[in-house]
Write a protein that binds this ligand. Structure first.
Ligand code: ZN
Length: 298
């Protein structure tokens, strides 16, 4: 078995392979052959899922400097060394189904990383600046039972998060929810109503803020005295201070408003200016629906 592994790696080295498949090899540590001498300078994709690795070598970046994708799904990895930050070309990192309790901030600072998979670990929190990099677009953190809250940078990313720890429910409603501690907040049905590409759908963050606000108002009446749930500070502050309320339906708006202009000369106030003014009255609405149906005269 060991000699077969050596042969596979030597071959990859000699023939300058870009892909190396070491899945299902019962490996307890990184094979030395991978890290010997100058390493595998041409390797771009390394597949090592379903082994028994517990950590990664410190010199990974020196030995595999051109690594673009690293698949480590289903190992027993507890710690990822900070040296992973030196894999400057890494775009895809799969650490799902491991035993990670923390991830080092260096992972979030990998400047080429686009796709990060951390589902099914033991994560309690994520580095505060995870998601700050523009490149990082997809982050999966499903089924981390103790994870509470997400770094605010992730609110603009595609996040695979079934509820920060709740077991996956197969109903549609559950798939459109997120939870924080005891509170499960269902995303509004509008999420599911994307018809054509012309439909303007509110950003997810805005919908979540409105839903949270309504839940708090219903249950606690006074937002000032609410128990802080594990929302990032920036979102909690935002929740306390809506940008305004919809002129049509009075719904609070947090990050987006739809303005509607009414030139004063077309309003009942036109007489005050003898129709000469170019000033407009601006109404703010919460959605395209309110925008279309709002009328100054109604
Ligand atoms: Zn409205």
């Amino acid at each position: 078995m060991a000699s077969e592994l050596c042969k596979t790696i030597s071959e990859a080295k000699l023939e300058r392979h870009k892909n190396l498949f070491l899945n299902y090899r019962n490996l307890h540590h990184f094979p030395l052959e991978l890290l010997k001498d100058e390493g595998l300078q041409y390797l771009e994709r390394l597949y090592m899922k379903r082994n028994s690795l517990t950590t990664l070598p410190e010199n990974l970046a020196q030995k595999l400097p051109n690594l673009v994708e690293l698949y480590l799904h289903s190992n027993n990895i507890i710690i990822v060394p900070e040296a992973i930050g030196s894999l400057v070309k890494l775009q895809f990192l799969d650490l799902s189904d491991n035993a990670l309790e923390i991830v080092c901030p260096e992972i979030g600072r990998l400047r080429s990383l686009r796709h990060l998979r951390l589902a099914n670990n033991q994560l309690k929190y994520l580095p505060a600046d995870l998601g700050r990099s523009r490149e990082l677009q997809y982050v999966y953190v499903d089924n981390n039972a103790h994870l509470k809250g997400l770094p605010s940078y992730l609110y603009n990313k595609v996040i695979g998060c079934n509820g920060c720890g709740s077991p996956i429910q197969k109903t549609e409603v559950q798939l459109l929810s997120f939870s924080s501690g005891q509170l499960t907040v269902f995303l509004p049905a509008e999420v599911k109503l994307i018809g054509t590409e012309l439909d303007r759908v509110l950003p997810l963050q805005e919908m979540a803020m409105r839903t949270l606000y309504n839940i708090y108002c219903q249950s606690l009446k006074d937002l000032k005295f609410m128990t802080p749930i594990s929302l990032p500070r920036s979102l909690l502050d935002l929740l306390h201070c809506p940008l305004g309320h919809c002129h049509r339906c009075s719904q609070p708006m947090f990050t987006i408003v739809y303005p509607k202009l009414f030139p004063l000369r077309e309003t009942p106030m036109a007489g005050l200016h003898q129709g000469r003014t170019r000033v407009s009255f601006v109404a703010y609405c919460c959605s395209t629906q309110c925008l279309q149906t709002f009328d100054l005269l109604s």
